[in-house]
Design a protein around this ligand. Sequence first.
Ligand SMILES: Nc1ncnc2c1ncn2[C@@H]1O[C@H](COP(=O)(O)OP(=O)(O)OP(=O)(O)O)[C@@H](O)[C@H]1O
Ligand SMILES: Nc1nc2c(ncn2[C@@H]2O[C@H](COP(=O)(O)O)[C@@H](O)[C@H]2O)c(=O)[nH]1
Length: 207
Amino acid sequence: MRDSVTKAMAGPRPVVLSGPSGAGKSTLLKELMKEYDSIFGFSVSHTTRNPRPGEENGKDYHYVTRDVMQRGIDNGDFIETAEFSGNMYGTSKAAVQDVQAKNLICILDIDMQGVRNIKTTDLNPIYISIQPPSMAILEKRLRDRKTESEENLQKRLNAAKVDMEFSKEPGVFDTIIVNDNLEDAYGKLKEALLEEINKVKKINMSS
Ligand SMILES: Nc1ncnc2c1ncn2[C@@H]1O[C@H](COP(=O)(O)OP(=O)(O)OP(=O)(O)O)[C@@H](O)[C@H]1O
Ligand SMILES: Nc1nc2c(ncn2[C@@H]2O[C@H](COP(=O)(O)O)[C@@H](O)[C@H]2O)c(=O)[nH]1
């Protein structure tokens, strides 16, 4: 999937946040976007799953049918796509370009298939893995979130086991953060991104 479109995307280095479903990626990401709204922009993915209560089309995801998603894929609109827990997910070129056009650091929240695929492109992001303290805690967080059917929950837990092993593969992630205490995890995330945050602050000050 090496793609000259991603290579042409200028601006600060994007950030990939990955890790098991329920590890806390969205929670940490929302904190980051709240504190640094003029620094980071979220890459709004496409998905065929239904919106959860409170989620907004075009903000959390672009919610589409399988037919629409497949047409986009056939048309070459996506940088990467994945099948996860019975649904399709994907990062469109437009999603990344929209953020980069504003000179913001583009954040992608994607699963491990997405990480593998992004590694074959020229996007050159910083790769951060958010991991849960244990499978038991992950299961509790996912159950307490009350967003998944039992069947989906089991699919997500199975995927989580593979993801937790994947994150240990040397050289895949630049930083691995165990999200036990939320404040500590958020502090580590900011620390990992400090250099890039400062670069954008400098650019903003001089423009
Ligand atoms: N450090 C933490 N301690 C306790 N609960 C947490 C912590 N971090 C996140 N949570 C809670 O765990 C649940 C899962 O978090 P979140 O939805 O952010 O995970 P996620 O990795 O984005 O999942 P998905 O990939 O399914 O979108 C949420 O209900 C969130 O409030
Ligand atoms: N490969 C991709 N994975 C994605 C994308 N958008 C989200 N995700 C990942 O899917 C799972 C489930 O998300 P949920 O919102 O249904 O809980 C999670 O691991 C996300 O990181 C994408 O565009 N590509």
